[in-house]
Unconditional design. Structure first.
Length: 630
């Protein structure tokens, strides 16, 4: 039989199908293969996420057992993040107001939250837990979610570079549970949400190495994810962007500059447009906020810079838990937490060293034009930035002749460059250091896998993973209990709460002791009443103007030596619609206070004043007394 192959008519001898039928068979085969690939990828995704969730349960134990009653964090800032998730629930689920504005602090005037570390992204992702359970349970869920996603995004990045699943899994473990990351978890939940930063770096590398729609799409998604997590992350992302551009454009003849500029610009524009609801009020608040002097920024960076000897010390959370000095209720505890959790870990350093040898020695090649040089440059530059403006060695400032210390040029430069100088804590550049170290660790495992025999490969990887987990495992993860005081059930009348010792602060200004403002916010998340005090990271000066000028609140905050008259106090209570005064006997009366202020008045002095103005005692416990306005 003669066949017209153009038209696809008829059958050839032996039953060979026509061209149309062959095309249909090819399409069916392609569809089957596509479904098989999708199922394989889905299976791999489930395995990776499931294994990292099991790992998170072990590494954060006993968090799962106490989910809903406790959360990680012995630093003073942890109650702040409990308040954050509570406010996100109130603003979204209960329509209490705009997400980035609240009247529940500094009541009734309220304050903007645009420059405050609200941690909106993880708070929104865990909103179902928040609504169905409690803010404390949501806070614990954020930890578990970040543990999984931090590791999974590092896995995805390293797998793209090495193609080795076991090496990528080890890299995810190294990054998500690095001593620095777990240290930030003790005080800053926003800075433990690292996976948007990893997505940004991966998208940036994709765009620079092979400009295309997928790299641009990832870049445009990662930028708003970082911004809605914390505005510090876009500032921290400038460093890997600068290093990547340097290594990319040093070989101009090998790149298509126009394609890179076009893809990067599109990603930035889309990402900026998606972030506009936060960027606009943030820019307005930044313009209305008082600017810090260059000397002040240098002082803060020195205060939060890393001690160079701390990089080589054992993991603080692994060596029997936190030292006693970290657990003391001191205003300096956050400084110690921020400046000392920079240990690299001995196993991560060993694997990173092997990865550098394998990468730079061309024993293991990476895809793309940047190669291992970018990661080594990012690691070195990140280490340099964490040291701050002056070198600190074993808690001391080495002197050279008449110089008070050894200056580090990059630290002085970072305090001067606009936008970058917003980041006042140099140790937060450890995010770049730990990511680069994890990548080199993945390269080392992939190189060893290529050399080991098949029968030894799995056993060796399991052994390395167990050694890593053993070194990085907290013993156990320190948790702080958050259980509502039964006395809170007596707050049945409408009105605000004044916590004593009183504190209301915005960044560097206000009245009272910082730690007490944070504690008041943590308790507000449990009793749900508006408070006259509180704290925000940064806000316009107008937010606190009525409080810092009020004689009654200045007295409660230790900024006036004598109490005002009864008439003045009653006016202040009426203006703030205050119904209850909580006297906390276990809060700090002494600590770091704003300039011009002294220690807070004693609890007996305040009690006598409350009785004088006609307030009655509602209830009393060994640590708490609640007075109500009759």
């Amino acid at each position: 039989m003669q066949i017209d192959f153009v038209r696809g008519e008829g059958l050839a001898a032996g039953g060979i199908p026509s061209v149309e039928r062959a095309r249909e068979a090819g399409l069916r085969l392609t569809a089957i293969r596509t479904r098989e690939i999708a199922r394989t990828r889905l299976r791999a995704l489930v395995i990776v996420l499931g294994s990292y969730l099991a790992l998170a349960t072990v590494m954060t134990w006993p968090l799962v057992a106490r989910l809903g009653t406790a959360a990680p964090g012995v630093g003073e800032d942890t109650p702040l993040f409990l308040w954050n998730v509570w406010w996100i629930r109130e603003a979204i689920a209960h329509a209490a107001g705009p997400l980035y504005w609240t009247d529940q602090l500094f009541y009734p005037s309220g304050t903007s939250l645009a420059l405050h570390g609200l941690t909106a992204l993880p708070g929104v992702l865990t909103l179902p837990v928040n609504v169905l359970a409690s803010p404390v349970a949501a806070l614990g869920s954020i930890v578990l979610l970040n543990c999984v996603l931090n590791a999974a995004c590092a896995y995805r990045l390293v797998h793209r570079l090495t193609g080795d699943a076991s090496a990528s899994w080890i890299a995810g473990l190294m990054f998500a549970y690095s001593p620095w990351a777990l240290g930030e978890l003790q005080n800053h939940y926003n800075l433990y949400t690292l996976w948007p930063f990893v997505l940004f770096v991966d998208g940036l590398l994709r765009t620079l190495e092979s400009p295309g729609r997928w790299g641009t799409l990832q870049l445009s998604i990662a930028i708003p994810l970082m911004i809605y997590t914390d505005l510090q992350f876009p500032v921290l992302a400038i460093i890997p962007a600068v290093v990547a551009l340097f290594f990319c454009f040093r070989r101009r003849h090998d790149i298509d500059s126009w394609s890179i500029i076009r893809a990067g610009s599109i990603g930035l524009l889309i990402g900026g447009a998606l972030s506009f609801p936060l960027l606009l009020p943030a820019v307005k608040d930044l313009a209305a906020s008082p600017a810090l002097s260059y000397v002040t920024r240098l002082g803060e960076q020195l205060f939060y810079s890393a001690d160079i000897t701390a990089f080589l010390q054992p993991h603080l959370l692994r060596t029997g838990g936190l030292p006693e000095r970290f657990l003391e209720p001191s205003i300096h505890a956050p400084r110690r937490l921020a400046s000392q959790f920079v240990q690299l870990g001995y196993m991560p350093m060993l694997l990173g060293f092997l990865g550098v040898l394998a990468g730079l020695g061309r024993r293991f090649s990476l895809p793309g034009r940047l190669g291992p040089g970018f990661w080594l440059g990012l690691f070195a530059f990140g280490i340099l930035l964490t040291l701050g403006p002056i070198l600190v060695v074993d808690g001391k400032l080495p002197k050279i002749g008449s110089w008070p210390g050894i200056p580090i040029p990059t630290g002085w430069l970072m305090a001067w460059i606009p936008i970058i100088n917003v980041e006042r804590v140099p140790t937060r550049h450890m995010v770049s250091v730990t990511l680069a170290l994890a990548v080199f660790g993945g390269i080392a495992i992939a190189w060893l896998n290529s050399r080991w025999k098949t029968q030894w490969r799995k056993l060796s990887v399991v052994a390395i993973g167990m050694l890593l987990a053993f070194e990085l495992l907290p013993a156990p993860l320190p948790l702080e209990s958050y259980v509502p005081d039964p006395a809170f059930a007596l707050l049945t009348e409408h009105g605000a709460v004044i916590d004593v010792p009183f504190s209301a602060q915005e960044g560097h200004t206000g009245v009272g002791i910082y730690a007490n403002a944070i504690r008041a916010m943590g308790e507000q998340a449990l009793h749900g009443r508006p408070i006259a005090g509180g704290y925000v990271s940064r806000a316009p000066e107008s937010s606190l103007s009525s409080i810092v000028r009020d004689p009654f609140f200045r007295y409660l905050g230790g900024c006036e030596p004598e109490p005002p008259s009864v008439e003045v106090i009653r006016v202040a209570l009426e203006r703030t619609n205050a119904r209850y005064v909580m006297l906390h006997r276990d809060w700090l009366l002494q600590g770091s206070v704003p300039k011009g202020c002294t220690d807070s008045p004693s609890i007996p002095e305040v009690e006598a004043l409350l009785v004088q103005i006609g307030m009655g005692k509602l209830t009393e416990t060994p640590t708490l007394a609640i007075y109500e306005l009759r």
